[in-house]
Design a protein around this ligand. Structure first.
Ligand SMILES: Cc1cc2nc3c(=O)[nH]c(=O)nc-3n(C[C@H](O)[C@H](O)[C@H](O)COP(=O)(O)OP(=O)(O)OC[C@H]3O[C@@H](n4cnc5c(N)ncnc54)[C@H](O)[C@@H]3O)c2cc1C
Length: 422
C-alpha cells in the first residue's frame, strides 16, 4: 500500500487549536496531516477533564462562529452542551462569564468525525522528533512506539501548546521561570450528584465559606473549588487540585502529577460531607492528562499585551477574538488573580508568526503573547478560533503561492470575512 508522505500542511498537535486548523485547511482543499501524541483529538478540551468553554459568549450573546459554531450547535441540539449566561467563578463570585458546558466524550467523537470526513490524515500516538523549515518546504521527523517516519510539507503549524515544533526549528521561545509558572490542575469527575441541590449551593454565599474552611484545613491546596455539571448526566467535573512543578522537568512533573492525584481522595471526602448534593456521589474518572496552564510561547512578530486587550485594539490583521478576563492561578498566594476586561478584544495574525520563520505558524496557546495577555486569551473558545483562522491563513498562502509572512492584512481580512460569513 502506498502511503502519502507529502502534505500541503502538517500540524503538530491535534489539540484544541490544532484540530480546528486541520478541519479548516482540509475543507479548503489542502492535504493535511496531524501528528498527535494522544490517541484522540481535542487535547485539553477532550482529555483533561475540562467540560466548560470559558467566555464562549459575551453578555448573553455567543461569540463563537465558523466550525466552532457548527460543532457547538450540534452538541447543543443533541443535548451534549448548554450555554450558560453570567456564571460566577468559584474563586471570585464577582467575576461572571458566559460559558458553554459540554460533554467531552461527545466532543471527542465529533472532532474526529469532522476531521476524518474532511480528509485529514491522522498520526496518533506519534511524537515530534525534529523538523526543518527550508526555502521551498518543510520536513518533519516523528516517531510512534514502533517506527520513525518523515513527512514533508509546504507549511507547518505548531499547535503543541508549548511551541515544541518551533523550538525544534531552532527559534527562540519564552518560558516563565519555574517558580512563577501558573499552577497545574488534575481534574476529576464525580457521578451521581444531586444537581439541583448543588446548583443552589454554587450560587450561594456558602461556597466561599466552604472554600475557606477547606483551605484552612489543608484539604484544598488553593482557594478554588469549581464544580461544572456535565450536560445530560448526573456528573460534575471538579477543578480543585493544585500542583506546582516545572513542566519540562520530567521527575518534578511526575511527582507533581502524583501529588495532584493524592489530593483527590481528601477533597472527595470533604465535598461529600460538606457540599449539598454530593452525599451519594462517587469518583467516576480522573483525567488521563494533567492540565498544565503554563507553556512555552513563541517570540512572535507581534507580542500581544494586556494593554491591547484592555484597549480592545482592533488590529487590521485580526484573526480571532475573545473576552475572557486575565486569570492568573498564582503559585505564591494560592489564589486566582482576576482582571476583568472591558469587552471583546482581538488577536493579530502577526502574533502567530514566529520571528525567523516563513512557512510555520503558531496556533493555540503558544502564540506570541506577554504573560498577562496569555493568562486571558488561553481559554478554549479563543484557541479554537485562532486554530481555525490559522488553517484558513495557510490555505490562502497556498492559493496565493506565498509564504506565510507574505500575506497582506487586507487579503487575510477579506479571506476570513468570507470564510466566517458562509
Ligand atoms: C487546568 C486547566 C484548566 C483550564 N480550564 C479551562 C476552562 O474551564 N475553560 C476553558 O475554556 N479553558 C480552560 N483552560 C485553558 C485551555 O484548556 C487551554 O489553554 C487550551 O485548551 C489550549 O489549547 P491548545 O490547542 O493550545 O493546547 P492543547 O489543547 O493542550 O493541545 C496541544 C496538543 O498537542 C499535542 N502535543 C504536544 N506536544 C506534542 C508533540 N511533541 N508531538 C505530538 N503532539 C504533541 C498534545 O498531546 C495536545 O493534544 C484550562 C487549562 C488548564 C491547564
Amino acid at each position: 500500500m502506498h502511503h502519502q508522505n507529502h502534505f500541503d500542511l502538517v500540524i503538530v498537535g491535534g489539540g484544541t487549536a490544532g484540530t480546528f486548523s486541520a478541519i479548516a485547511a482540509a475543507r479548503e482543499g489542502l492535504s493535511t496531516a496531524v501528528i498527535e501524541k494522544n490517541s484522540y483529538l481535542g487535547g485539553m478540551a477532550t482529555g483533561s477533564g475540562l467540560t466548560e468553554m470559558n467566555a464562549a459568549g459575551f453578555r448573553e450573546s455567543p461569540l463563537y462562529k465558523g466550525i466552532e459554531k457548527e460543532i457547538f450547535d450540534e452538541m447543543i441540539a443533541e443535548g451534549f452542551a448548554e450555554y450558560h449566561f453570567a456564571v460566577p467563578m468559584s474563586s471570585n463570585k464577582e467575576v461572571k462569564i458566559d460559558r458553554l458546558r459540554y460533554n467531552p466524550e461527545m466532543l471527542k467523537i465529533l472532532l474526529e468525525t469532522k476531521a476524518t470526513e474532511s480528509g485529514v490524515t491522522l498520526f496518533y500516538q506519534a511524537e515530534l522528533d525534529s523538523a526543518e523549515e527550508n526555502e521551498d518546504g518543510c520536513i518533519v521527523h516523528a516517531r510512534s512506539l514502533y517506527e520513525t517516519f518523515t513527512l514533508t510539507s509546504d507549511y507547518l503549524i505548531d499547535a503543541t501548546g508549548n511551541a515544541d515544533l518551533i523550538r525544534k526549528l531552532g527559534c527562540e521561545t519564552i518560558k516563565t521561570q519555574a517558580d512563577k509558572q501558573l499552577v497545574s490542575t488534575l481534574m476529576f469527575r464525580l457521578s451521581n450528584v444531586d444537581l439541583t441541590k448543588l446548583d443552589a449551593f454554587i450560587h450561594s454565599e456558602e461556597l466561599g465559606k466552604i472554600i475557606q474552611e477547606g483551605y484552612e484545613a489543608g484539604i484544598l491546596k488553593g482557594k478554588i473549588l469549581a464544580f461544572t455539571p456535565i450536560p445530560g448526566t448526573k456528573d460534575v467535573s471538579l477543578n480543585v487540585t493544585r500542583a506546582k512543578f516545572d513542566y519540562e522537568d520530567i521527575r518534578g512533573a511526575s511527582m507533581g502529577l502524583a501529588e495532584a492525584r493524592r489530593q483527590i481522595l481528601p477533597v472527595y471526602h470533604f465535598v461529600q460531607k460538606r457540599v449539598p448534593g454530593m452525599e451519594a456521589s462517587y469518583i467516576a474518572n480522573i483525567a488521563s492528562v494533567i492540565g498544565v496552564r503554563d507553556g512555552r510561547r513563541i517570540q512572535g512578530q507581534y507580542m500581544l499585551t494586556l494593554d491591547d486587550l484592555e484597549q480592545m485594539t482592533n488590529f487590521e490583521d485580526s484573526i480571532a477574538c475573545g473576552c475572557y478576563p486575565m486569570d492568573i492561578h498564582d503559585p505564591v498566594t494560592n489564589s486566582v488573580i482576576w482582571k476583568v476586561l472591558p469587552g471583546v478584544y482581538h488577536i493579530p495574525y502577526r502574533s502567530l508568526l514566529p520571528k525567523g520563520l516563513h512557512r510555520t505558524l503558531a496556533a493555540g496557546k503558544c502564540l506570541g503573547a506577554e504573560k498577562k495577555a496569555f493568562a486571558a486569551i488561553r481559554v478554549m473558545p479563543i484557541m479554537m478560533n485562532v486554530g481555525e483562522s490559522a488553517g484558513y491563513a495557510v490555505a490562502l498562502a497556498k492559493c496565493e503561492k506565498k509564504k506565510l509572512d507574505e500575506l497582506t492584512a487586507a487579503s487575510l481580512s477579506q479571506c476570513l470575512t468570507d470564510k466566517y460569513s458562509r
